[in-house]
Design a protein around this ligand. Structure first.
Ligand SMILES: NC(=[NH2+])NCCC[C@H](N)C(=O)O
Ligand SMILES: [Mn+2]
Ligand SMILES: [Mn+2]
Length: 300
């Protein structure tokens, strides 16, 4: 694994309606992230936080069922520019959210450097909505669709190219809340999804084995997009859209350890940590713990 990490915080809370997720990057750093990774002998540049635009008052609230479209697009664009530079320098981008809408910026910055970027979308949700299909108008439910080139032009065209990724290079893990339009898209594109049903029936070792094998055969780099709501809300309560029956802390550690062993992850982001909804920074600590496993911590 690339031993030079560049950390970028993204205090974005405009992709959904619960305030506080903009403090996610601070909460994750406060939970000891940098020290934890330094312990593993990584060289770390913390690039600080991206400046996120604040919406003007009186703007028409939800144009095309896309809440805060212009600000989210601009924030993601700024993130994409920074991530692009990090990859250009040969460093591993580690992005801290912020709500999941930021993934469209992260992927825009990374994917131009790969022919076939793979993505592991670790999440209770598919985030495959568009303005047309979204029940909420919240853009954090759309970044995977946007990265596939599906959605509003202001979002799909960040850094002036699209699509960022191909549907066959994506694996979704932990899904248990998919909207109708998302199911249709998954079916139509033949996307690989391990729902909680598969995790329960196959077990996490098999799910990750298959994920790793599948991506190894077809990609030249793999981005991990980890939404903390993929985990069960009992273990990661500090998220804005919790869904019961999620991945356990232990399953998630195992998944991260297997990814470390595979040596295939080339970038990562940890999103949706909301300290206002959290219990004593538990969810941020879970994020840092999972990073420990992803970057090679071992018990012996
Ligand atoms: N990144 C997330 N937590 N996304 C939740 C999305 C929830 C729902 N599917 C929506 O579109 O509103
Ligand atoms: Mn989610
Ligand atoms: Mn998500």
């Amino acid at each position: 694994m690339n031993n030079h990490l560049s950390v970028i915080g993204v205090p974005m809370d405009l992709g959904q309606m619960r305030r506080g997720v903009d403090m996610g990057p601070s909460a994750i750093r406060y939970a000891g992230m940098i020290e934890r990774l330094e312990e593993l002998k990584y060289v770390i540049d913390d690039l600080g936080d991206i400046d996120i635009p604040r919406p003007e008052r009186n703007q028409s609230e939800k144009l095309d069922n896309l809440r805060n479209l212009n600000e989210v697009a601009e924030g993601s664009h700024r993130l994409a520019v920074e991530v692009d530079k990090v990859v250009e320098k040969g460093r591993f981008p580690l992005v801290l959210g912020g709500d999941h809408s930021i993934a469209m910026g992260t992927l825009a910055g990374i994917a131009k450097h790969y022919e076939n970027l793979g993505v592991i979308w670790y999440d209770a949700h598919g985030d495959l909505n568009t303005g047309d299909s979204s029940p909420s108008g919240n853009i954090h439910g759309m970044p995977l669709a946007v990265s596939l080139g599906i959605g509003h032009e202001k979002l799909t065209n960040i850094l002036d190219y699209q699509p960022k990724i191909k549907p066959e290079n994506v694996v979704i893990v932990g899904a248990r809340s998919l909207d109708e339009g998302e199911r249709v898209l998954i079916e139509e594109k033949g996307m690989k999804v391990f729902t909680m049903h598969e995790v329960d029936s196959m077990g996490m070792p098999k799910v990750m084995e298959e994920t790793i094998q599948y991506l190894k055969d077809r990609t030249d780099g793999v981005h991990l997009s980890l939404d903390l709501d993929g985990l069960d809300p009992n273990e990661a309560p500090g998220v804005g859209t919790p869904v019961m029956g999620g991945l356990s802390y232990r399953e998630s550690h195992l998944a991260m350890e297997m990814l470390y062993q595979s040596q295939m992850i080339t970038s990562a982001e940890f999103v949706e940590v909301n300290p206002i909804l959290d219990e004593k920074n538990k969810t941020a600590s879970v994020a840092v713990g999972l990073m420990g496993s992803l970057f090679g911590e071992k018990l012996k």
